[in-house]
Structure formats: structure tokens, C-alpha cells
Design a binder for this molecule. Structure first.
Ligand code: MLT
Length: 260
């Protein structure tokens, strides 16, 4: 496995795609996606463009759709929810499709939506992503941070490091063979420095500070937790992300396969 980290979608190479692309937007799109799917949302369909979201969602039954949108951290006018993962309770989202547009996360997803496998990751579901990679061992993996309007964000690269570090530990890969670019070393170092203080890291992050100014302290606390949800969000058609049970099937197969 060759593992690459890109801090923002703009830094990923054009005209090629990996076998498996993992999009990260810890604050907050991919944390919200994991949370919504974990409590039974039917799917999350993502759009970078608000008008396109309105057109597509208009065709969906009104009692089965929720429009989730944020610009600059604040809810889009006329939408049902902003992008807080804490709004995604079973009462609100179960059985419904979330039509989501966000400032950065949905743009990253569009950048890699033609890859063979597209997953979304945050700290809260990091372990589910690692277990998928351990069982499927794709040849090339990209972790794509979402950043903020083209710029680096601390939290996304730290989450990329959390995935890489856990995988290297579990699989015993020599780091020089595993790392496809220098960013992998940087991401692991960042994660190792902050792994026991992720909430503090989110407080230092520029988008963390923006969210705090908007009163989203509880969101930061939630987004800073690691491995609390066993959910694997996977794209099933361009832009549509569902909860996948592939990881569980593979692990079960491993456990049941006759030992030779
Ligand atoms: C984004 O896509 O930029 C974020 O998810 C923003 C947010 O939720 O505050």
C-alpha cells in the first residue's frame, strides 16, 4: 500500500486518482456525515453548489429529505439544519436523505468522486477506516484534507496522521515504504504531538476559532473524540454516501476462513 496525504483538494495531483480516496473534514462535514449515517440516515448526498442542491432535493419526497447547509460556519438561509453533527439525532435524520452543502468538505468530495472507492473520515470514525484499509489493502490511498478555502487546516492533517499512524502500527509497514509523500511524515508528527489534546488542537485551529465565535463549543468537543463510532461512510454513486457494511463482511470472512 502506498499512502499519500494532501492537505487540501487543490494540492492533489490532477488527472490521476487513487484506488481509494478518503476525504477528511473534521470541522465538520465528515464528522456530521459519520454521525448521521450512524443513527440511520438513508444517505448523505453532497453538493458544492446550493442551486444544484435545491433542484435535486426538490424532486425527493419532502418528508424524506433534510437540507443541511453551511457557509462560513453559519446555516444557509432556508435550510433545515446547519452543519452541526449534534443536530443529527435519530429523531431528526433516521430514514431520511441529507442533502448537504458546505464551504470546503463537499468540494473535496467532488474532487475525488470518480475514484473507485471513496470514503469519508473524521476522528470519530478513524478506526472503522483503518479496519477497512487493513482488510482491503488498496494499492494506492489518498487522504484528502478539506482545509479552508484552499488553505491548510490543522485538524484535517492531524486526522490524516491519526489514520496513518494507526495503520502503520497495526500492519507493521516500514514507514519509508508506506509513505507516498512527505506529507505523511508531517501528518503523523502532527498527530503524535496532539493525540492526547485533540480538543485543544481544535481550539487553536482557525476554523475551530471561527466556530467558537459562532457558539459551537459543544461541536468542537464532539469532533475531538477518537474512535467513538463504528461507521464506514462510502460513496455508492457519485456524490451519494451511505453506511457500508463491507468492513464487517470482510472481517467476518477473515474470522470464518479455514486456517491452513
Ligand atoms: C466545511 O465544509 O467547510 C465545513 O464542514 C464547515 C463547517 O461545518 O463549519
Amino acid at each position: 500500500m502506498k499512502f499519500f496525504v494532501y492537505h487540501t483538494p487543490e494540492l492533489a495531483p490532477a488527472n490521476i486518482l487513487p484506488d481509494c480516496a478518503i476525504v477528511v473534514d473534521v470541522l465538520r462535514a465528515t464528522t456530521t456525515i459519520a454521525t448521521a449515517l450512524n443513527v440511520g440516515a438513508e444517505a448523505v448526498q453532497v453538493f458544492s453548489d446550493i442551486d444544484q442542491l435545491m433542484q435535486v432535493s426538490e424532486k425527493w419526497p419532502a418528508d424524506k429529505r433534510i437540507r443541511v447547509g453551511e457557509r462560513g460556519g453559519a446555516m444557509v438561509d432556508g435550510f433545515d439544519l446547519g452543519n452541526s453533527p449534534l443536530s443529527c439525532t435519530p429523531e431528526v435524520v433516521k430514514g431520511k436523505r441529507l442533502f448537504m452543502t458546505t464551504t470546503n468538505g463537499t468540494r473535496s468530495l467532488e474532487r475525488v468522486q470518480a475514484a473507485a472507492v471513496v470514503l469519508t473520515a473524521a476522528f470519530i470514525n478513524r478506526r472503522a477506516i483503518v479496519e477497512y484499509l487493513m482488510t482491503k489493502t488498496p494499492e494506492t490511498v489518498w487522504v484528502l484534507g478539506s482545509g479552508w478555502e484552499g488553505n491548510f487546516s490543522l485538524e484535517d492533517t492531524a486526522c490524516a496522521g491519526a489514520i496513518a499512524q494507526n495503520l502503520v502500527n497495526e500492519m507493521g509497514y516500514p514507514l519509508d515504504d508506506f509513505a507516498g509523500n512527505d506529507e505523511v511524515f508531517a501528518a503523523i508528527s502532527l498527530y503524535l504531538q496532539w493525540q492526547n489534546n485533540l480538543f485543544e488542537l481544535l481550539n487553536h485551529a482557525s476554523h475551530g476559532q471561527r466556530l467558537l465565535r459562532l457558539g459551537s463549543y459543544e461541536d468542537l468537543k464532539y469532533c475531538a473524540q477518537t474512535d467513538i463510532l463504528d461507521v464506514l461512510p462510502m460513496q455508492k454513486e457519485p456524490g451519494v454516501i451511505v453506511k457500508s457494511d463491507i468492513k464487517k463482511q470482510s472481517l467476518q470472512f477473515w474470522m470464518e476462513a479455514p486456517k491452513t
